[in-house]
Write a protein that binds this ligand. Structure first.
Ligand code: ZN
Length: 163
């Protein structure tokens, strides 16, 4: 089996996402087209089992068709709220209107290495290819993380952050 020096370990990395959550992310990506959307992937504590998502405001100050920015204070507040409910932020999702679902150099340079980055390609306004990426600690390379879509998450107890 080939090994890749940039991989964190020998095992394939996987992020599990509930189907309902993935559909919400796709709907968000379509609704903001042709601008990028962004939001948080909410997982059971200490896991990569995404049971919910939280929409965030794209706070990028320039044109938003190929950039997004999450306000650090809004991220901090969301993190505190998520932790209060016994959950954790496993990553950040955003969309690429009319662009592939790869992590751009800009994305990588502005990433937090402890998060998974799910990118949704939105060709012509339709949610398409969806891939997940893990930045290296130096933020100079990425590892693709396999997305497993689950109809029902093992630990999904119907918990929701939405009002
Ligand atoms: Zn991007």
């Amino acid at each position: 089996m080939p090994t890749h020096p940039w991989k964190r370990d020998e095992e394939d990395v996987v992020i599990k996402i509930g189907r309902r959550t993935l559909e919400e992310i796709h709907a968000h990506a379509k609704s903001t087209y042709p601008e990028e959307c962004c939001g948080l992937l909410i997982a059971s504590s200490g896991s990569k089992e995404v049971v919910d998502s939280v929409k965030m405001r794209n706070a990028f100050s320039g044109p938003k068709h190929d950039r997004y920015h999450i306000d650090p204070l809004e991220l901090f507040k969301a993190d505190r709220e998520v932790a209060r409910r016994g959950l954790t932020i496993a990553g950040i999702y955003h969309s690429h209107p009319d662009y592939p679902a790869t992590l751009s150099k800009f994305d990588l340079e502005h990433s937090f290495p402890w998060y998974s980055y799910v990118v949704v390609s939105v060709p012509k306004g339709e949610a398409g290819d969806t891939r997940s990426w893990l930045p290296s600690e130096e933020r100079n390379s990425v590892t693709e993380e396999k997305i497993e879509v689950h109809d029902r998450m093992p630990e999904d107890k119907g918990v929701s952050l939405k009002a």
